[in-house]
Ligand binder design. Sequence first.
Ligand code: ANZ
Length: 913
Amino acid sequence: MSYDFRAIESRWQAHWKQNATFRVAVDPERPKLYVLDMFPYPSGEGLHVGHPAGYTATDTYTRYKRMRGFNVLHPMGWDAFGLPAERFAIKTGMHPAARTAQCIATFKRQLEELGFSYDWSRELDTTDPRYYRWTQWIFLQMWGSWYDAHMGRARPIEELPIPDGVHIGGERAISEYRDAHRIAYLHEAPVNWCSDLRVVLANEEVAEHVEAGHEVVRRPMKQWMMRITAYAERLLSDLEGLEWPPNVIEMQRNWIGRSEGAQIDFHVADTSQRRTITVFTTRPDTVFGATYMVLAPEHPWVTELTGSAQREQVAAYVQVAARRSERERQAASAEGHKTGVFTGAYVLHPFTGTELPIWIADYVLLGYGTGAIMAVPAHDERDHAFAKQYGLPIAEVVAGGSCSVQEQAFVGEGKSVNSDFLNGLDTTQAKRSMIDELVRRGLGRARVTYKLRDWLFSRQRYWGEPFPLLHRPDGTIEAVPDDQLPVRLPELDDYSPSETGEPPLAKAKTWRELPDGSLREVNTMPQWAGSCWYYLRFLDPHNDRQAWSKEAERYWMPVDLYVGGAEHAVLHLLYARFWHKVLYDLGHVSTKEPFARLINQGMVLGASFFPRDRRRDSTGKRVSFRPDEVEPLDGDDGQTTWKVRDTGEAVDIQWDKMSKSRGNVISTDDVVNTYGADTLRLYEMFLGPLEHSAAWQQDGVVGCHRFLQRVHRLFFEESPSRGNGEVDIGNDVGNDVGNHVGNHASRDRPRKLPPGEGTLRQRQLLHRTIHDVTERSDRLAFNTAISAMMVFVRDIATEGELLCFEAGRQFCLLLAPLAPHLAEEIWAALGHTRSLAYEPWPAADEAFLDADSFALVVQINGKWRAEVQAPRAASQRELEALARALPQVQSALAGRSSRRVVVVPGRLVNFVV
Ligand code: ANZ
């Protein structure tokens, strides 16, 4: 075979590296474009074909945009702190830094072998002290500021007004007052404590540990928190201007969870208690329907309110609730299962004076609203289920339900009934009227509440950034001075936490204890920290005086396109946006938002095969086979089925997200070694629209490889015998290139292409292709850009016409973003001595674009099948008929009925079968 992709790819990768082809700098003369991939956590397993789907898209896009004249910043780095390296260290004794370096080396080699056009001079690693020095600096910005709610922004803590009452208390009181207002603050918060492993678990880790038989309890611990709630409103309203997928915007909105409602005060009936309990409700119009009250089990007043008769029961309930995470509690409650106990105490209804019993129940959460609710079982489902379970009264106060509220809660809006001065009002009016009345009587007030909680920012782990803070002997906290940053991680022999639950860093005594008696903070930052600002460090990664320069920030920000997995749709993006806003308030960045445009790439699904009636073996382990262990078997019904090659056992195919545990992973190394990086890149993009998930199929890889072979054949002679040191470069051009890229391997002889642009048909074909590839590349619709190029190659071949020089040159440029190695090889063969990375993109000549007709793409199940010229004026019915008449379509549809036909005039017909 003549298309020697191995030689071609290594030659051009070396060339790009030696010539620093993709290195960029600030250049005010040219428009900038900042295209960012979500940087990976370098795991021990290396890359599988699911990883580079997004990276390939951004790389194709940036290569395209460079040719359109943009100064493109396209960097890559490593999000390298985190638990796996630490667990590996505990298991093997290998230092997490050494393990991390190993994993990074693998990832980097693999990414380089895919030919990505990163500016590698900007590579960064979040675990590098030269990086985390600035993560610590940013932390100190947060610690050193407070949120001024009146001005709606963060300000330096020195500007915090100190009330007179605090002044009287002296320095100590002032210092405590400041600490309580900082954006990064210490707080005693309940955490998930795994007593067997002596670690605090993130909420999402709890289930896994409980399943493994470990005990996980909620326990209060002093923790560093970030006051993200202060930014709730801005995080919400600034979503407005972002070009993000609607579902991500929606997820961010839901996570922030803004609710408008009211706080209402209820007096405790036992007047000796002299207490009021404040509740938060979104339905103040239903106050007259409140028949009992519920406190969260952790509510601070539970013990005092509880009567002696109930004491034991209540204490037992509180203890059980403490074992469950909030998430578990919410899930159990959503399933309709409610538990609770009566405290023996009562509150008085603010309008009727009726005594309402106070219960505690774990469907009420301490961290939301006020941690207490008035229960309106007639109009709230949770309250309804609870009232049914414990026989509490249900009183209708909103008319409009389809059945009796005794049977089912009516949660909709309607007219108020049985509600005194609200009777006859509709819900919106009734809410307003109730709030007015509450305010008049001094019993309540309008309130906006957010689901968003402050961010628990400390971890009891080794492999994270140390906090740059000192605990002074007098109990105050002080920042490590700027000139002493970074605070480096100490060396340890043992990375596990201590018996007492103190973090691993507490074991580094000489590191922790300073001569003046101060102690270093021993928690570390969560993995989010490094990824909250890496996009800023990429702007100016070698700056050792500043985290980034103003000049670089002004030029490059915001990120114009950010591509990554949907699993980061909430937390990473929210945390990064929050940090960015604090930095904005303090004058360190000039844009309100970091990521102007966001795309979530779809997942690449891998195949595994399961025996029909034997999903698990006798020991309960999943039975599955890899694609290379099975072979296709044509069934009676014309459907392809599969059997295990060795045993003949019938198996079914199943598509899932690639993961080691499913055994459906395909490593990029395998594909690159067998077919080359250009084939892999092309197939990644051919899989379908970037946002969609798609199944990785070997046939498709082979199809893309054939296409590249065909392209190669358009430009190079077939060379039947190669190797043996034979050099088959016959002309000056080839020699020149050979010298230029310092190549030793043999090269194919370029064809002599006829000069010019060829026949009118060839020109029409070329300019139509330029037009389509351009328009589709602008939309990142690379799958359809590829089909346009496939059509070009096929049509050139079918007419038996020779590709002319000018058409070949322009086609090569179109190919460059998608199959950059082969395109460079062709470009050199055409006589050029420089990389094509910055060649101007070809322009479609309108004169050759036929305005009356267009190339209609015909798809079956969304996959390209054929393309045909169609009149622009054709109706949808005519387009469908035209598509049906094509032989490729007829054979593909033979015997199958199409469920649906999608016709997009001017573009495509898709038969869904
Ligand atoms: C009375 C009521 C009547 C309510 C009614 C709803 C319907 P969102 O939209 O989620 O903000 N609630 C308040 N604090 C709570 C807490 N800490 N834990 C659990 N539930 C809490 O919902 C706010 C509603 O959730 C509040 O309005 C309250 O129930 C409940 F017909 O109050 B409502």
